[in-house]
Design a protein around this ligand. Structure first.
Ligand code: PMV
Length: 332
């Protein structure tokens, strides 16, 4: 008899204060705490079911995935198999409402949805905080997708996995959102895992990173609670640029930026000069995310359409934590 989980939907998050570097790569324990906004427009929906035989399989958007992608999913499921003593082979079916591996945090929603589906399938009954420590071990940023709104991922202490979890610090039920500029939706050449490892190993600028993150966090948290969009945007933009600067200082130097990323950043600056508060952030990919008032997102999208096609400009408000859904649904 086959058994299956419900379909679980988890949303991506975009960091305002970035996670860049692991102190313990085996346990995915980060060098610093980080802080994100969960997004409503991008998500993954995942269901797990038992299969005959000994091989797991992984189907993403209807396509059977290769051995490498499947191994990543299997390793994650092994943690639940070890915990429960259930050795059953599994089929994981996922649907991404987000371009995969293009710096739009698809791995965050993917491992958060997988963690929820596994918790359901294996009946482990973990609370969200504990589950965030599991999701973290699939992809660091997935730790934050276990919650909605503004989410703080605690760096934790030493090698204590349980101490590095996430929590919502603000529901984001105020006028904040993002316009995502899709510059390139192809999979990136340097994974975030590789990028942060190379930066830590060779960039002299990395030494300053942990301290500067602590300062940015201390400043942005009160700004979020004060619903001060301008301050939140300024600090987030500053933090993102500092992270990208650490990569330029690596040996050899590398960057995720493409020429159009710079055009996007310049356009955001120009618009800001006209008096509309908007700020950019970027992750391990070329896409640019514009932090703004949700009520002004249409206006910002309109302005950016001078430079980018309208279908590459996606408006999103804050998203919720994961939840089960009755059936897979993808937005247009
Ligand atoms: O979770 P990962 O391994 O995809 O790393 C994410 C790293 C950044 O997106 C660049 C920053 C962040 O905090 O999400």
């Amino acid at each position: 008899m086959t058994s299956q989980s419900q379909i679980h939907r988890a949303y991506t998050n975009i960091a305002l204060i970035k996670y860049w570097g692991k102190r313990n790569p085996d346990l995915f324990l980060p060098m610093t705490s980080s802080l994100s906004l969960t997004l409503q427009a991008f998500y993954t929906q995942t269901q797990i079911e038992s299969v005959e035989g000994t091989q797991d399989s992984f189907i993403l958007n209807g396509q059977l995935q290769d051995a490498k992608a499947t191994a990543k999913v299997s390793r994650f499921l092994d943690r639940f198999r070890d915990l429960t003593g259930q050795a059953q082979a599994l089929r994981v079916k996922s649907y991404n409402q987000v371009p995969t591996a293009a710096g739009l945090a698809s791995s965050a929603s993917a491992f958060a949805a997988l963690a929820c589906a596994a918790n359901d399938y294996f009946k482990t009954d973990m609370d969200r905080q504990t589950l965030s420590t599991y999701a973290r071990q699939g992809s660091g940023s997935a730790c934050r997708s276990l919650f909605g709104g503004f989410v703080l991922w605690h760096q934790g202490q030493g090698d204590d996995s349980d101490s590095s979890y996430s929590q919502t610090i603000d529901a984001a039920d105020w006028d904040i959102g993002m316009v995502v500029i899709l510059i390139d939706t192809q999979a990136k050449k340097i994974s975030s895992r590789q990028g942060m490892q190379d930066t830590m190993a060779s960039s002299p600028f990395y030494k300053m990173w942990p301290e500067t993150v602590a300062e940015d966090l201390a400043e942005i948290i009160p700004a979020i609670h004060a619903q001060d969009l301008i301050k939140v945007g300024e600090i987030a933009e500053h933090n993102a640029m500092k992270m990208h600067a650490t990569m330029l200082g690596a040996r050899p130097s590398f960057t995720y930026w493409q020429p159009e990323s710079i055009i996007a950043m310049q356009a955001v600056r120009q618009l800001r000069e006209t008096g509309i508060p908007c700020y950019f952030t970027m992750d391990a990919g070329p896409n640019v995310k514009v932090i703004c008032r949700l009520s002004q997102a249409d206006q910002i999208q309109e302005y950016l359409s001078k430079y980018f096609p309208m279908d590459r400009l996606i408006i999103t408000g804050p998203g919720p934590g994961p939840h089960p859904v009755d059936q897979v649904t993808l937005d247009d």
